[in-house]
Design a protein around this ligand. Structure first.
Ligand code: NIG
Ligand code: FE
Length: 423
C-alpha cells in the first residue's frame, strides 16, 4: 500500500500507549500495568491521526514503500501521549506575586480573598485589560504549557463575573482554540466568585437568566464554543443550593458539568456532582467517604490539583482512598495567579510524592483520565490507532524520567507533537 503519511517515529526504546484496548478511562487494577511497547515505531497519517503502532521491524516491512513528510529516529528515547491538563485558569491580567509573600508570612487563601485580594483582585485587572492584551499573555502561557508536554488543556473563564468580561475571556479562549495547535476544552466559570454587592442567590439568578442564554445564542451562531460549566462551590462563595441551580441550568444547555468542590470545607459537593452526573469535580481535599463512593458509582472523575494543596499547605486530597474505591482520578495544574504552575510533569511529580500515587497512576491521570474528565478520551489521552497524533518524545530510555525528574523538563522533552506536527 503505497502512499504518503505525515510522520514516522522509528525504533523507540519504549512507546507508552497508556491503554491499548479502547478504554475510555483507567481505574482500579487497570492502573497497575500501562500498555508499553519496547523497540516500537509509530505512524501518523496526513489527517493527524495515528495509523499504526507496533514492533519496529513489523512497521518497517509494512511501510517500506511509503513516503513520510517527516521521520524521527527515536533510538534510546521514549514516546508518550501528549499530556492533558484537566484544570486551568489561564486568561487573566494583574500580578499577584505579592500575595505569595503574604501566604508565606501566614495569611490563608480565604483571608486574602475576604480582604479584596485573590480572585477579586484578578477580576478588577481582567475587566480593565483589553482583549488583545489578554490574548497575548494567554498565548505565552499556552506556549509554556506545550513546551512542558501539554497538548490538550481545559481553560476556564471566571475572572470577569459580569457578562461583558466573561464573554471577553471566552472569545480569547475561542480564538486560541481555533488557532491551535494545542487542543482546548473551554469552560464557562462565571460562578467563580460572588461579585461585589451581590448575594450568591442574586449572582446565580444573573448567570441563569442572562449569561447562559447569551452563551446559548452565541453557540448556536457558531461564535463561541463552550464545553463545560463550572462553579466554585465553597463556604462563603456559592453554597450547595446555588451551585445546584447553576450546574443544572448549564447541563440543560448541553454543557458538561466540571466544577470546584470540597476544597477548603466539606460541602457535600461530590455527592451533588455525582447526583447531577458531573463529568468531573476538582480539588476534593475535604471530600467525604460518601462523596467518594458516589463519584465512583456515577463515574464522575476526580480532578486532583497537587499544586494548590502544596501552595496553600492544605491537607492533601485522599488520592489513595479514591483510587482504592475505583474513582477515575485525573490531574490538573490549576494554573492561576495563586498556583503558578504550567508544567504537568511537575504536577505528576507532586502527585506521586505528596499524594502517594504511583508513576503509572500519575501518568494515566495526566493522559487518559484527564481526557475523560473533559469528555475527550475517545480521541485523546492514549496512543492507539485512530486516536489523534498528540505525543511527546523524551530523551531518556525509561518513560518514568518524565515524573522522576523535577525541573529541567524542557531539556528532557525533545519533541512535542500535535496532530502529527512537531510544534
Ligand atoms: O482552583 N478555588 C478557586 N479557584 C482557583 C483559584 C483562583 C484564584 O485564586 O485566582 C483554584 O485554586
Ligand atoms: Fe481552579
Amino acid at each position: 500500500m503505497a502512499g504518503g503519511h505525515r510522520l514516522l517515529l522509528e525504533n523507540a526504546q519504549q512507546v507508552v500507549m497508556v491503554c491499548a484496548r479502547g478504554e475510555r478511562f483507567l481505574a482500579r487494577d487497570a492502573l497497575h500495568s500501562l500498555a508499553v511497547l519496547e523497540g516500537a515505531s509509530l505512524v501518523v497519517g496526513t489527517d493527524g491521526f495515528i495509523k499504526a503502532i507496533g514492533r519496529a521491524d513489523a512497521i518497517q516491512t509494512l511501510f517500506s514503500e511509503e513516503t513520510f513528510e517527516e521521520r524521527i529516529d527515536c533510538s534510546g528515547k521514549c514516546i508518550l501521549p501528549g499530556l492533558v491538563d484537566a484544570h486551568t485558569h489561564p486568561v487573566w491580567a494583574g500580578e499577584r506575586v505579592h500575595e505569595f509573600a503574604m501566604k508565606l508570612a501566614g495569611a490563608t487563601y480565604m483571608e486574602i480573598h475576604q480582604a479584596g485580594g485573590g480572585i477579586n483582585f484578578t477580576v478588577e485587572h481582567t475587566r480593565q485589560a483589553s482583549e488583545e492584551e489578554l490574548f497575548c499573555s494567554f498565548q505565552q502561557r499556552l506556549q509554556c504549557m506545550m513546551r512542558a508536554g501539554t497538548t490538550l488543556v481545559e481553560c476556564k473563564s471566571g475572572y470577569g463575573l459580569n457578562l461583558e468580561t466573561e464573554l471577553k475571556m471566552l472569545r480569547v479562549i475561542e480564538r486560541a482554540r481555533r488557532q491551535g495547535p494545542i487542543g482546548i476544552s473551554a469552560t464557562y466559570c462565571g460562578a467563580h466568585s460572588v461579585p461585589k454587592g451581590k448575594t450568591a442567590t442574586e449572582a446565580a439568578d444573573e448567570i441563569i437568566n442572562n449569561h447562559l442564554p447569551k452563551l446559548k445564542e452565541l453557540g448556536s451562531r457558531g461564535e463561541i464554543h463552550v464545553d463545560n460549566i463550572d462553579v466554585f462551590c465553597e463556604k462563603g462563595v456559592f453554597d450547595l443550593n446555588s451551585t445546584r441551580r447553576i450546574l443544572q441550568s448549564g447541563k440543560d444547555l448541553g454543557l458538561q458539568i466540571n466544577f470546584h468542590g470540597d476544597e477548603l470545607h466539606p460541602m457535600k459537593a461530590a455527592e451533588l456532582g455525582a447526583e447531577l452526573g458531573a463529568q468531573a469535580i476538582s480539588h476534593l481535599e475535604e471530600v467525604s467517604d460518601e462523596g467518594i463512593a458516589a463519584m465512583a458509582t456515577a463515574r464522575s472523575s476526580a480532578v486532583l490539583l497537587p499544586t494548590t494543596a502544596y501552595m496553600l499547605r492544605l491537607k492533601q486530597p485522599r488520592a489513595r482512598k479514591m483510587l482504592d474505591e475505583g474513582v477515575i482520578v485525573a490531574l490538573g495544574s490549576d494554573f492561576n495567579p495563586n498556583a503558578y504552575c504550567l508544567s504537568m510533569p511537575m504536577v505528576m511529580h507532586l502527585a506521586c510524592v505528596n499524594m502517594r500515587m504511583s508513576m503509572p497512576e500519575a501518568l494515566a491521570a495526566a493522559t487518559i483520565n484527564a481526557a475523560y474528565a473533559l469528555g475527550k478520551s475517545h480521541t485523546h489521552g492514549s496512543l492507539e490507532v485512530g486516536k489523534q497524533g498528540d505525543l511527546i518524545i523524551i530523551n531518556s530510555s525509561r518513560w518514568e524520567h518524565l515524573i522522576y525528574q523535577f525541573g529541567g523538563h524542557h531539556e528532557l522533552i525533545e519533541y512535542v507533537i500535535a496532530k502529527g506536527k512537531v510544534i
